[in-house]
Write a protein that binds this ligand. Structure first.
Ligand SMILES: Cc1ncc(CN)c(N)n1
Length: 235
């Protein structure tokens, strides 16, 4: 587990009165936030400079990741405090299991990855750690802890997605669509909602609970960096 944040949310607010709870979570990640959102792998997608082998490695690992992410969101739907929250989360779950699943299937076909390979793929060490963190936080942990993991995953992707969306789209549809999926207005709205939800839930926690939530966010961010490192390293 990551180190406890040095500054509490209350202290952070004394220094920056306008800071939101979600801003504090990012500040707790130290250098990991930039390492994740500015990773060379993410820039290679928008620069149309992605080696096929790296993207195949990424897609295979990420398909197992999003399968666990779908289960995580299922737990969060069950724990969400209001109908509005359940509705936002279940709409995203529907998108992940339909449109995004379809993206993976078409991309695997275009990159000649047989179904037998991606369906039976064993998780690598980073994806196993992701799996444990996601499923334990949302299943056994609190709504706030699971929400922090989901927020980190989606906010990292929105950040690099919006930056890469400013470039001309790469030729391969699987690179172009991966940018669009993480930059479209609907995705921006969802991540903004996740932030608002986290701000509201997080602000009313005790200091000890806030530290726990921050540790989950930090751990998730560290794993996002390791995930990109692992698929990019062999390029
Ligand atoms: C590892 C990872 N993190 C986040 C996302 C965005 N859903 C993703 N597809 N993969």
């Amino acid at each position: 587990m990551a180190l406890a944040p040095t500054l509490t949310f209350q202290d952070h607010r004394l220094q920056t009165p306008s800071a939101r709870f979600s801003d504090w979570l990012v500040s707790c990640t130290g250098s990991s936030w930039a390492a994740a959102t500015e990773h060379a792998f993410t820039r290679a997608i928008g620069d149309d400079a992605m080696p096929d082998a790296a993207y195949v490695r990424y897609l295979i690992e990420d398909y197992t990741f999003i399968t666990d992410l779908a289960s995580t969101i299922g737990y969060l739907v069950a724990k969400a405090p209001t109908m509005r929250s359940k509705s936002r989360l279940s709409a995203f779950l529907a998108l992940l299991t339909s449109e995004e699943n379809n993206y993976f299937e078409r991309s695997f076909a275009a990159l000649d990855v047989p179904e037998t390979v991606y369906r039976a793929a064993a998780q690598g060490p980073v994806t196993r750690e992701f799996s444990r963190l996601l499923l334990e936080s949302s299943g056994k942990g609190t709504y706030a802890e699971g929400l922090a993991c989901l927020l980190c995953a989606e906010w990292v992707y929105l950040t690099w997605g919006l930056r890469e969306a400013k470039k001309p789209r790469p030729k391969a549809f699987y690179l172009a669509e991966w940018i669009d999926l993480h930059a479209v207005q609907g995705f921006q709205d969802f991540v903004n909602w996740l932030r608002e939800e986290m701000d509201e839930v997080g602000s009313s926690l005790t200091e000890a609970q806030q530290q726990q939530v921050a540790q989950h966010f930090q751990e998730m961010c560290r794993l996002e960096v390791s995930f990109f490192d692992a698929v990019w390293a062999a390029s």
